[in-house]
Design a protein. Sequence first.
Length: 102
Amino acid sequence: MVMRIVALAAAALALTTSWAQAQEAKVGVNLPYTGIGAEFAQLVDRGMELYLKLNADKVRPYKITLVKRDVKDPGGANAKIAVQELLTQDNVDILAGWIYSR
């Protein structure tokens, strides 16, 4: 009886673990990849990619996907459009990269 309970618990844990490994978290990255802030945006982008590469065990069991949008200029209108696209079209879970926010 005890072995049966342990086996059921192990099976439930295995199913839960396999389901958790399949979870994906989309991070919307809102940076000026072109224009005056392009160099800074590239540095931020490389930093995020490097962190995910070096700390893969810390974000486990999630698969982190960076969805990038170009803000282009510091006017603010392009940033608003980029964020709206990330939220509505790409269905991101988290937003990052607020350089031209007001």
